[in-house]
Design a protein. Structure first.
Length: 93
């Protein structure tokens, strides 16, 4: 099975963050993603089981970096934070 990417995560050593992460995907032409929502959708349930809580403040520690609020609720993962539009377009199917 081909690997899309690798997530590296650790519990934060600071009080203002619950965990930190990085996401690498060189096979997809992306050495490191700045802030990866799909990774945090996997990390939410992982850290819920480790820390026994449902709300997290996470940091993706890439060059640009970003803070992601993660909430695990009823089998869903809700993410919030600041975002930047990098392109716009239309897709016709």
């Amino acid at each position: 099975m081909p690997v899309r990417g690798v997530i590296v995560t650790s519990r934060s050593q600071t009080r203002d963050l619950d965990f930190i992460s990085r996401f690498f995907s060189p096979a997809q032409g992306l050495a490191e993603d700045y802030v990866t929502s799909s990774a945090h959708c996997s990390l939410g349930p992982y850290w819920k089981n480790k820390l026994h809580q449902t709300d997290f403040i996470a940091c993706q520690a890439s060059e640009r970096g970003g803070i992601v609020k993660v909430k695990v609720l009823d089998g869903k993962v809700l993410l919030s934070g600041k975002a930047v539009t990098i392109f716009k377009g239309n897709l016709s199917v």
